[in-house]
Design a protein around this ligand. Structure first.
Ligand SMILES: [Zn+2]
Length: 364
């Protein structure tokens, strides 16, 4: 009902010309909308995680709208520089894609090229070098494929509890048990991959076919290099998608990630994205010490020149969002109608997928 009312309100505002007025306002001109995308489906990932994934057709619809309504899509480093110099063009937007998954390469990258849009990819690197599916995500996806079942685990799986796959909560508790086992035994990537293989066999899922499609894989170094050479900006997202609370470990995640990205792309990586949108006060100091110039969260708002460069808000777009909501956020109306104080957004994902003013001008 709330959703229905919200859409009806947005439609009313749009037909009354409010979107257009907001879009052209001075208020909007002083602001930048940073859009966040997580995944663009290769198969049915948007049905598994509608708040994180989107079909390529929906992404094309978004791009069409950006083009037809005259929005200015800027590369993020340039957009930030212009934001802090109060020099943005009307309707400024920057596109960002988290994780650098293979689905970006397969489903989003061709569309970006077709529409000639610049984007920033926040690249996690451990699974770029280890070309297997991300363990907790593929486990969660396969359990979702067998949703509705209640199963007794066999001896090959390190599970004690009955597997109740009827609810998201039940499936998540199986993933958590697998993750806890892997952490306790300090399993290598290869050992975790073996467990995922057993799980596939147990659930009667065609493992080889999932691996062939490269669902829930990260881009290979060659693919990352290609994306970067075509003009996309490849930036920091930690090596193993982790933000440890210990300074040394946190900074190593950032420096390992940067080193690998710079080796692959030959370009500097100084823009950061908090994995899962999680941030703590002490991270700001550590990021500065690592030479990071900007960092984005998943808190929904438009960025202004008052925004802290290491706490830049973004609006997360996915299957669960309607086209009119997307348009409302482009125009600025979405920001104006959003509830203050409820902005912090934690993406609904498996728990620990382990893994201007700051000299932005020189950071292109
Ligand atoms: Zn991420």
């Amino acid at each position: 009902m709330v959703r229905y009312l919200r859409r009806a309100t947005l439609s009313g505002l749009e037909s009354a010309g409010a979107f257009e007025r907001a879009r052209m306002s001075r208020w909007r001109r002083e602001r930048l909308l940073i859009l966040c995308y997580h995944g663009v489906s290769i198969a049915d990932e948007h049905e598994w995680r509608p708040r994180l994934y989107m079909r390529p057709e929906s992404l094309a619809q978004r791009f069409e709208l950006l083009r037809n309504r005259g929005y200015s899509v800027l590369p993020l480093p340039i957009a930030l520089e212009r934001l802090y110099e109060n020099d943005l063009p009307p309707g400024s937007v920057a596109l960002t894609f988290d994780d650098g998954a293979y689905d970006f390469y397969q489903s989003a990258y061709p569309l970006l090229r077709q529409y000639q849009l610049p984007a920033t990819v926040y690249q996690t690197t451990y699974y770029a070098d280890y070309q297997k599916p991300v363990f907790n995500l593929i486990s969660s996806y396969m359990l979702w494929k067998r949703r509705g079942s209640v199963l007794e685990p066999d001896g090959k799986l390190p599970l004690r509890q009955r597997m109740d796959l009827r609810t998201e909560e039940g499936r998540q508790s199986v993933v958590s048990e697998l993750m806890a086992f892997a952490a306790k035994e300090n399993l290598s990537g290869r050992e975790k991959h073996e467990i995922a293989g057993h799980l596939a066999e147990f659930l009667e899922i065609e493992w080889e076919s999932l691996l062939d499609k490269r669902i829930l894989h990260i881009m290979s170094p060659q693919e990352i290099a290609e994306v970067s050479a075509s003009g996309m900006s490849v930036q920091l997202h930690t090596h193993r998608h982790r933000t440890p609370l210990d300074e040394e470990r946190f900074r190593k995640e950032v420096s390992d990630n940067r080193k690998r990205i710079e080796e692959i792309t030959g370009s500097a990586a100084v823009h950061f994205c908090y994995p899962l949108g999680n941030y703590e006060r002490q991270f700001l100091t550590w990021l500065r010490l690592e030479g990071v110039r900007s960092a984005v969260t998943c808190d929904a708002a438009l960025a202004s020149s008052d925004s802290h460069p290491l706490l830049l808000p973004r609006w997360v777009d996915a299957s669960a969002r309607s086209l009119i909501e997307f348009e409302a956020w482009l125009s600025g109306i979405g920001h104006l109608l959003s509830r203050r104080g409820k902005r912090r957004y934690i993406p609904q994902t498996a728990l620990d997928y382990q893994g201007g003013r700051l000299g932005l001008r020189s950071a292109r």
